[in-house]
Design a protein around this ligand. Structure first.
Ligand SMILES: [Fe+2]
Ligand SMILES: [Fe+2]
Length: 318
């Protein structure tokens, strides 16, 4: 068999597995583009979890009570954990953690643009948990069925924690809307600022998405950007109503025939602008990551030294 024939046979077997809903595992043969596509998506996802800790981390010292502080702290720690699972999942595809971090810090790799918006008030801790983690869940629930085994399994665990994140955010909003008029106004302002960027988290329209078609065929993605966004729009409408807040989308209207809400158009210029690195906090987020990474170098060095010592002892004992 020529190597070309072999590749096409392997490709056939690969597609057969995908169609049969079997998971692709790290040691299985996979097309190079599938591998690259996954590395891009999983590492981007990992970076988002880690960079996403920053806007909330800023509010740890300003939480209004000990209880709120403890909740926010554990939520942020969860996000660090999500980053770790995802970096590990990406490593099974043959890229190192150092390479991924380098790609992030040099600006080659992307992370979710939503984290380039500033968190201005305590109400933003509510809006972020409710809307940003909420949008992430819609996406991640569908990724539990993604075709790459380690990614799918990571998502199952992550989703359990994300639903707690969303509830804690919504709980902050509920408390604020039932508080003073100033607190309710703060909640409204947060909703106004985070609603549209949350919709942007689902990415460009399907017709404009560069990675969509192939990702759907390989079952890396299980639902399209627009379908997922629609789900989020539908579920959020009643949540806004329950809070007694005004909906930021003035064109939002229930469409009986479709069984979904029709909505206004996203400001795509803003979307592309933030992706291009011109968001409020793009530079600040990366600078902070680099600083924290450098300051943590001693921890990594100590770990390596400890492991070397342990190993030396074991070899000696053997
Ligand atoms: Fe997360
Ligand atoms: Fe989260």
């Amino acid at each position: 068999m020529s190597s070309e024939q072999q590749t096409s046979l392997q490709e056939k077997q690969f597609m057969h597995k995908i169609k049969a809903e079997e998971k692709i595992e790290p040691k299985d043969w996979m097309p190079e583009k599938y591998r690259k596509n996954l590395i891009r998506q999983i590492s981007q996802h990992a970076h988002s979890e880690v960079i996403g800790m920053q806007p909330e981390g800023n509010f740890l010292t300003r939480a209004p009570s000990l209880r709120r502080k403890a909740i926010l702290l554990s939520k942020i720690q969860d996000e660090a954990g999500h980053g770790l699972y995802l970096y590990s999942a990406a490593e099974t595809l043959g890229i190192s953690r150092d390479e991924m971090i380098e790609a992030l810090q040099s600006g080659r790799a992307k992370y979710a643009s939503i984290f380039n918006y500033p968190a201005l008030t305590w109400a933003d801790m509510g809006a972020i948990g409710w809307l940003v983690d909420g949008a992430a869940i819609v996406n991640q629930v569908s990724l539990q069925r993604t075709s790459y085994g380690p990614y799918a399994r990571g998502m199952i665990r992550i989703c359990k924690e994300e639903s707690f994140h969303q509830r804690q955010g919504y709980d902050i909003m509920l408390t604020l809307v039932n508080g003073s008029p100033e607190q309710k106004a703060m909640a409204q302002d947060s909703l106004n600022r985070f609603y549209w960027p949350a919709l942007m988290m689902f990415g460009p329209h399907d017709s404009e998405s560069a990675h969509s078609a192939k990702s759907m065929e390989w079952k890396i993605k299980r639902e399209t950007n627009d379908d997922l966004r629609q789900k989020f729009i539908d579920q959020t409408a009643s949540q806004i109503e329950f809070l007694g807040l005004e909906h930021p989308d003035k064109e939002l209207k229930w469409n009986e025939e479709r069984g979904h809400y029709d909505s206004g158009e996203i400001d795509w210029d803003e979307f592309h602008n933030v992706i291009a690195g011109n968001g409020h906090c793009n530079r600040q987020r990366l600078e902070h990551h680099i600083k924290a990474h450098e300051e943590g170098a001693w921890v990594r060095e100590a770990l390596v030294a400890y492991n070397a010592k342990k190993q030396a002892k074991q070899t000696e004992a053997a």
